[in-house]
Design a protein around this ligand. Structure first.
Ligand code: C2O
Ligand code: CU
Ligand code: CU
Length: 565
């Protein structure tokens, strides 16, 4: 297998770069969007037919153009033989519209989410999220862009003509077997492609051109730069424009992340320039670094030989030509009002620790735990109160970097090992790379959507890790009713809520007769006679989740929603 793979690689690497015009996906606009997930074929290599999955086509999917404030009605028709889901990565939608692992679309059925676009102008994306097969389905071709526009962005003099001076770039590496079929759950991802085009080239006008760069790879990170270290500008991060353009010569982009960049081609009319990944400069522990950098003592299956690891390689060749009429030639000095969430407004700090499944285990091959847990559909790992602002402190106790992604929210990075983020990481984010032994603190506000039954996900966006259980789920619940009830003078106080172990129930005057705790499906979990004005209940035996507490008194009944963490 290895030798054969190597032969395949050798024959491919003898191809010179920039032979194939970059594929630009079609666009679809709202309010009604019909997506058909289907089987297809695609020639990644001339004359070789590869089986693929695509949305409304053979591979990848159309770019969805949405406007902030619009309502969209989407129909996802699954024409695959496999069950799938479709997740709107980065969009702030309710859990039932989020397309996580719980929203399964069986073969020959449709799923019809509808939502209002609440997001800021930025580059988002969609992809399947069925637990265990996300890598397979994304690798086979299921991924598409979502471009959100808003008034703030529209008012700026930025390039925004799709396919002319504004291009989506989905960066992916894939692994192929000997018959040119796509492999998943592998570290043999030796073929670089952009928008499903191998050896791509793109004609660009000699002016400012915007690229919405997505790392849609299963595992590989990119360290992007231009030939001759020419400067470029990052104008947007995952969930919005940055406050001002940030001038860069390198940009680290890890799986799931997006960056909007602008390259000034003005002085290059008639020339070619390459977008390159400088993987030779990677730190240890980043997927894509040289093999020993991934840990010499624990070799990663199929990671070596792989010509992309630790090497500088071309991602895309730009051929610069005549500028367009009304070309954008300068960038605005400031872009958007970015107001990071103030740390002092946080209601709570929640800790997340990544660790390998067991100390002796090959840590590099994809079995990692979050807070000691592997993903379980039936377990709600965390419960967040609607409206709460939370700091999530994420610590990586493993030898490999993990891009951590949170659904529902855009967050701000507060610090990396105590240090404030660089300017290009100071905007809205939904994926953050957490390096080996690093602690990253992020802050988010959980607004608008609560649902006791359908969770949101947080997970590593290395799809192999995610499929192998490096994922947890949280529900957002609206406990406002309970809180207001507690304020009433004759109400009994129930605290702390949420709780891990003990629950206090204290009455001002009335005798508490008995306490009953049941789960949300009405099953009795706990029942006790009290006959006192106060009670202390040990709830540590109950699984995490939401329960209903009934407090019976001589004169009546008080009901409280309680959360066990
Ligand atoms: Cu891009 Cu939970 O996913
Ligand atoms: Cu997501
Ligand atoms: Cu990971």
């Amino acid at each position: 297998m290895k030798i054969i793979q190597l032969l395949l690689l050798v024959s491919l690497s003898s191809v010179t770069y920039g032979q194939n015009p970059l594929f630009i996906p079609d666009t679809l606009s709202g309010p009604n969007i019909n997506l058909t997930v289907q089987n297809g074929t695609h020639q990644f290599f001339p004359g070789q037919v590869t089986s693929t999955y695509g949305v409304n086509g053979n591979v990848l999917g159309p770019t969805l153009l949405l406007k902030q404030g619009d309502s969209v009605y989407i129909t996802v028709d699954n024409q695959l033989a496999d069950t799938t889901t479709m997740h709107w990565h980065g969009l702030h939608v309710s859990p039932e519209n989020d397309g996580g692992p719980h929203s399964q679309i069986y073969p020959n059925t449709t799923w019809s989410p509808k939502f209002e676009v609440l997001d800021k102008a930025a580059t988002y994306w969609y992809h399947p999220h069925l637990h265990g097969v996300t890598d397979e389905q994304v690798s086979k071709g299921l991924a598409g862009f979502i471009l959100v526009r808003d008034a703030e962005e529209q008012a700026l003099a930025l390039p925004r003509t799709y396919g002319v001076d504004d291009f989506p770039l989905a960066l992916q590496t894939k692994a192929f077997d000997l018959s040119y079929q796509i492999l998943s759950h592998t570290n043999a991802d030796s073929i670089m492609m952009v928008n499903a085009t191998v050896d791509p080239m793109l004609d660009v006008p000699a002016q400012m051109v915007r690229f919405r760069v997505l790392n849609g790879s299963s595992q590989r990170a990119f360290y992007l730069g231009l030939t001759g270290n020419q400067t470029f500008y990052q104008i947007g991060s995952d969930g919005g424009l940055l406050a001002a353009p940030v001038s860069l010569t390198r940009l680290l982009l890890t799986p799931g992340e997006r960056a909007e960049i602008v390259i000034d081609f003005s002085a290059l009319n008639g020339q070619s320039i390459d977008l390159i990944s400088y993987a030779s400069e990677f730190l240890n522990g980043i997927y894509g670094s040289v093999a020993p950098g991934m840990n010499a003592s624990m070799p990663l299956t199929d990671y070596n030989p792989n010509p992309l690891n630790g090497a500088d390689f071309t991602v895309l060749q730009y051929n610069v030509g005549t500028p367009t009429a009304n070309a954008i030639t300068t960038l605005p000095n400031s872009l958007a009002t970015v107001v990071p969430i103030d740390e002092s407004t946080a209601d709570k700090t929640r800790m997340f620790t990544f660790s390998p499944m067991s100390p002796g285990f090959n840590q590099l091959n994809g079995h990692f735990l979050i807070n000691g847990n592997s993903f379980d559909h039936l377990v709600i790992n965390d419960t967040v109160l609607l409206g709460a602002t939370e700091i999530w402190e994420v610590k990586n106790n493993s030898t490999i970097s993990h891009p951590f992604h949170v659904h529902d929210v855009q967050f701000f990075i507060l610090s990396r090992d105590g240090v404030a983020p660089a300017a290009n990481e100071a905007g809205r984010k939904d994926v953050v790379l957490v390096k080996p032994q690093e602690t990253v603190r992020i802050i988010a506000k959980f607004e608008d959507f609560a649902n006791e039954n359908i969770p949101y996900m947080y997970h590593c966006h290395l799809l192999t890790h995610e499929d192998n259980g490096m994922m947890g789920q949280f529900i957002v619940i609206d406990s406002q009713v309970g809180i207001e009830e507690q304020l009433g003078a004759n109400r009994m106080s129930v605290f702390p809520n949420p709780t891990k172990n003990m629950l206090n129930i204290i009455s001002n005057s009335e005798i508490i007769k008995s306490l009953v705790i049941s789960n949300l499906s009405g099953e009795l979990m706990f029942n006790k006679i009290i006959n006192s004005t106060e009670a202390l209940v040990n709830v540590s035996e109950l699984a995490r989740g939401v329960y209903v507490l009934r407090i019976n008194t001589a004169t009546g009944l008080q009901t409280e929603k309680i959360i066990i963490e």
